[in-house]
Ligand binder design. Structure first.
Ligand code: PMP
Length: 429
């Protein structure tokens, strides 16, 4: 498409009318397509069906009967498997239930209720009218922001660049404001842009000086092994924090939601020995232990970290054509138009697209009325407020490829209509 800036007003009006005809044709098909949430397709889930087979046995290596109560921190073989996969000492890992988001909510709730290492509970600050603040790289994961909203934590958006958050701003804020006690990080193939943190960013996060002693990094490595077109390395933040004398700064979350089954996988949190001891104390009041049979099922199915990585290659093989198709369509239909820019992720679950300012909401509404559901406008920003109203998250994993193709065609028509309408509106102002 030629640059939209080169069109005269008459040409734009003619183009808009053509696009509206195409839009009506799309509406007439009465499609029901969904690119809203990052769910694996059934073809992906099928690759883990071995988990549904009868278990080999239910006795652990040390003789414990996995059917019974106990082992709060998770079975040793599961901690060993994920410890080796993530290069974290198994003794610093707690395996939880089926959801890392649940563990994030719990850890932050514990901090709100009890504080950490003898510091004041974070809720105390809320009731003293100096609420705790979190730095939120944007665009980011909406459910992180919902946790903060629910717990009364104020959010400060931080621009997320190509290799991580704007570290000059992060370092300034953590140093000058002691209410800043947290930062959300999705360090590999971030949701939604697919940003991967560079070594320098990891080092700075681990070593930076903070005004608050109980400043914590919430390291949500949800897409830590979810490479699609390229394997991207990530510096080990737990080691880095130890190296710089800040071992307690980090809570590292991971789950098999997008490895085995979302909602029926295993999740974990890893941290310093001091932090995990503290977490286990709180958790012991919450539960006698999580689902050890599911942990054991995962160990019996995957057996080794190498097998998990091999499984991820198969999943990537299934996802690659979908991501390639989305990238090709955007390139072919929008490149050079000036109507949008988008991310080219090397892995993860999403593509992030920015329309012209003020066009995201309208684009999403147009798509919805033509049967294509997208994530709500503004979802990737704290409080659901995208200041430019331009970001749209595309989730290409769930629909089958033919459906995805149709959805993308309609979506692109909507991006163009919303953009041209906005340009014409600005011209008549
Ligand atoms: N973190 C991120 C960045 C995610 O994108 C998702 C899933 N969409 C989750 C966490 C949820 O993980 P879990 O299923 O382990 O709760």
């Amino acid at each position: 498409m030629k640059p939209i800036a080169d069109y005269s007003e008459n040409q734009l009006t003619a183009l808009l009318s053509q696009l509206k005809t195409q839009y009506k044709e799309a509406q007439a098909q009465k499609l029901k397509l969904n690119m809203a949430r990052g769910k694996p397709a059934a073809t992906q889930l099928n690759l883990s069906n071995g988990l549904l087979e009868k278990m080999e046995n239910y006795t652990l290596a040390d003789g414990t009967d996995a059917r019974n109560y106990g082992i709060l921190e998770g079975i040793p073989e599961c901690r060993e498997l994920f410890g080796r996969l993530l290069d974290v000492p198994p003794g610093q890992i707690i395996i939880g239930g089926n959801s890392s988001l649940n563990m994030m909510f719990d850890v932050i709730s514990f901090l709100c209720l009890f504080g950490t290492g003898g510091s004041k509970p974070w809720l105390y600050h809320k009731y003293c009218n100096t609420p705790v603040k979190f730095l939120c790289p944007v665009p980011g994961y909406d459910r992180h922001f919902t946790i903060c909203e629910e717990l009364g934590i104020e959010m400060i958006p931080i621009p997320l660049g190509e290799d991580g958050p704007d570290m000059a701003l992060v370092k300034k804020l953590v140093l000058e404001d002691k209410s800043v006690k947290g930062i959300w990080c999705v360090p590999l193939h971030s949701n939604p842009q697919g940003v991967c943190y560079s070594e320098e960013v990891v080092e700075q996060l681990a070593s930076m000086e903070t005004a608050s002693k109980d400043f914590r990094i919430f390291w949500d490595n949800a897409y830590g092994i979810h490479h699609i077109s390229e394997e991207v390395p990530l510096k080990n933040i737990i080691k880095e924090c130890e190296k710089h004398g800040n071992p307690n700064r980090i809570y590292y979350f991971f789950s098999t939601s997008k490895i085995s089954f979302p909602g029926a996988g295993v999740a974990l949190v890893a941290s310093s020995t001091e932090n995990t001891t503290e977490l286990k104390k709180h958790m012991s009041a919450q539960t006698i232990g999580h689902d050890k049979l599911n942990q054991l099922r995962h160990v019996q199915f995957f057996k080794t970290p190498e097998n998990i990585l091999h499984h991820m290659e198969k999943l990537a093989g299934d996802l690659k054509p979908k991501f390639d198709m989305v990238a090709d369509k955007l390139e072919k239909d929008l490149a050079g138009s000036g109507l949008a820019s988008w991310s080219n992720p090397k892995g993860g679950y999403f593509v992030s697209l920015d329309t012209l300012p003020g066009c995201a909401r309208r684009t999403i509404e147009l798509a919805e009325n033509a049967g294509v559901t997208l994530t709500k406008a503004g979802a990737a920003y704290p409080y659901g407020k995208d200041p430019k109203d331009s970001n749209i998250r595309i989730a290409p994993t769930y629909p089958a490829i033919d459906e995805l193709k149709k959805a993308m065609d309609i979506f692109i028509i909507c991006v163009k209509i919303a953009g041209i309408e906005k340009i014409l509106e600005n011209k008549t102002k």
